[in-house]
Design a protein around this ligand. Structure first.
Ligand code: NAD
Length: 482
């Protein structure tokens, strides 16, 4: 499948005339090309978005809502096609794309299409002196930049609130997983989204990132991706006083106390470790287990992990698909080698998985569990973002918290205990933007979402995102003398 940029309501060739190969992770084969766009494409897209802004921002919330609900319906109508495209593009099990990724993309549009109808702004009564009220107005052209791990889910999580709030958008999906973004453009066109309101350009961060991030007509940027990229974007955007939201990497702790519901914890911990091949920013990658439970946990956990079925992503029985690219597979394998150099013991996995043709050149890695590492080693400090977890025992709650908090990251955490007070106490002490107690990935879209420390700046989700994509203006009224 060959893709094109979508600018001002038309599918267009990149101004560069260059294309990149798109590789299917499960087979390792090139199956299409995507535009390798450059600064000229950014300028065209931003100009289209700028021209579309006055009319789009002046529509009523109800008018924007109706169009965005049609986009949501369009995603629902093409759910199977989108899920198949996403599984092929990313390597993830089709079942996951069908039950999680694409329904969530549909819900993102429905959520913001309706949230905008219920948004309100504040009035502050100063008694006889007067009153103030706050107008929240869309900012202008928003840049929305997203990663490859949950391609359409995260892409729409940015675009939907930006559009709902009345901004126009230039969006860049990851060059590694571009296909569902391309299909979204078709859906938006069919839904009657006016030309230029959303523009989607494909290419690399190196090729077009700086032109987009530093463009003078782009006052607001929403980025999800790696911490190193986030730092680079921050350095480029800060001197230009752009509004910036950064959702970055993580190294999430999963703290398991001996008094937990063991079966429920075990079932969920297998999922929270290896869902999407461990390539969800919220996966728990450092499993901390109270020492009295440690031997039982290791035995039961490794037994379950060994039984996970790695294979053809299109099969319903497949639990672990391919990791996203050859380069990413090699990075993950290099971390497994590093863990062994650091004294780690591989309890299961630790190697690529060789499948039969046509998957014999695919990027498959056996789910890997590593023990006997200290908290300060690189394996426990750096984000691996693959099917690799470490396990460590702890003796006290204080020690568990110290281990949990001993990284630069602060995205997500999980706590397993049946002690109510301890659950609340530990949850409040963990340095992360979100903590799950006795569950994982259960989250209401109305809640603010984001990381702290090196995991991010700002919050997405709920009304926070509508706030992010608007600028408040205070109007101050004096009532005057009687
Ligand atoms: P990445 O940082 O390499 O790329 C993310 C996006 O930024 C891509 O579209 C890429 O082309 C673009 N990009 C790269 N350099 C750029 C530049 N200089 N200017 C502008 N854009 C640039 O990340 P990735 O490898 O695609 O994704 C994996 C990372 O994303 C992991 O670190 C993961 O934890 C993180 N992530 C975080 C969250 C969250 O909510 N915190 C969610 C999902 C993924």
């Amino acid at each position: 499948m060959d893709l094109l940029n979508w600018i001002n309501g038309a599918f267009v060739e990149p101004a560069t005339g260059r294309y990149l190969d798109n590789v299917e992770p499960a087979t390792g084969q090139v199956y299409g090309r995507i535009p390798d766009s450059g600064p000229d494409d950014v300028h065209r897209a931003v100009a289209a978005a700028k021209a579309a802004f006055p009319a789009w921002s002046r529509l009523t919330a109800a008018e924007r809502s109706r169009i965005l609900l049609r986009v949501s319906d369009g995603i629902a109508a093409r759910l199977d096609e989108l899920a198949a495209a996403e599984s092929k593009d990313n390597g993830k099990p089709l079942k996951l794309a069908t039950t999680v990724d694409i329904p969530r993309a549909r819900d993102n549009f429905a959520f913001y299409a309706t949230a905008i109808l219920h948004d309100h702004s504040e009035t502050h009564d100063m008694g006889v002196s007067g009153f103030n009220y706050t107008l929240r107005r869309p900012i202008g052209v928003a840049a929305c930049i997203s990663p490859w791990n949950l391609p359409l889910y995260l892409f729409t999580w940015k675009i939907a609130p930006a559009l709902a709030a009345g901004n126009t958008v230039v969006a860049k999906p990851s060059e590694v997983t571009p296909v569902t973004a391309y299909l979204l453009a078709q859906i938006c066109a069919d839904a009657g989204l006016p030309n230029g309101v959303l523009n989607i350009i494909h290419g690399t961060g190196a090729g077009l990132g700086e032109a987009l991030v530093t463009h003078p007509d782009v006052p607001v940027i929403s980025f999800t991706g790696g911490t190193v990229t986030g730092a680079k974007i921050s350095a480029q955007a800060a001197p230009l006083f752009k509004k910036l939201s950064l959702e970055l990497g993580g190294k999430n702790p999963n703290i398991i106390f001996a008094d937990c519901d063991f079966d429920e914890m075990l079932r969920t911990t297998v999922r929270s470790s290896f869902a999407n091949q461990g390539q969800i920013c919220l996966c728990g990658s450092r499993i901390l287990v109270e020492r009295s439970l440690y031997p039982r946990f290791l035995q039961a956990f490794t037994e379950r992990v060994r039984a996970l079925r790695v294979g053809d992503p299109s099969q319903d029985s497949t639990q672990v698909g391919a990791v996203v690219s050859e380069a990413h597979r090699d990075k993950i394998l290099s971390y497994i080698a590093l863990a062994q150099e650091e004294g780690g013991e591989i309890l299961c996995g630790g190697h690529p998985v060789q499948l039969d043709a046509p998957y014999d050149k695919g990027f498959f890695i056996a789910p890997t569990v590593i023990a006997n590492l200290t908290q300060d080693c690189r394996t426990n400090q750096e984000e691996i973002f693959g099917p690799v977890v470490t396990v460590q025992p702890f003796d006290t709650e204080e020690e568990a918290l110290a281990l949990a908090n001993a990284t630069q990251y602060g995205l997500a955490a999980t706590v397993w205990t049946s002690n109510l007070q301890r659950a609340h106490r530990v949850a409040s002490e963990i340095e992360s933007g979100i903590v799950w107690v006795n569950c994982w990935l259960v989250r209401d879209l109305r809640t603010p979402f984001g990381g702290i420390k090196s995991s991010g700046v700002g919050r997405e989700g709920g009304f926070e995102a509508l706030r992010f994509f608007t600028e408040p203006k205070n109007i101050c009224i004096a009532l005057g003398a009687h």
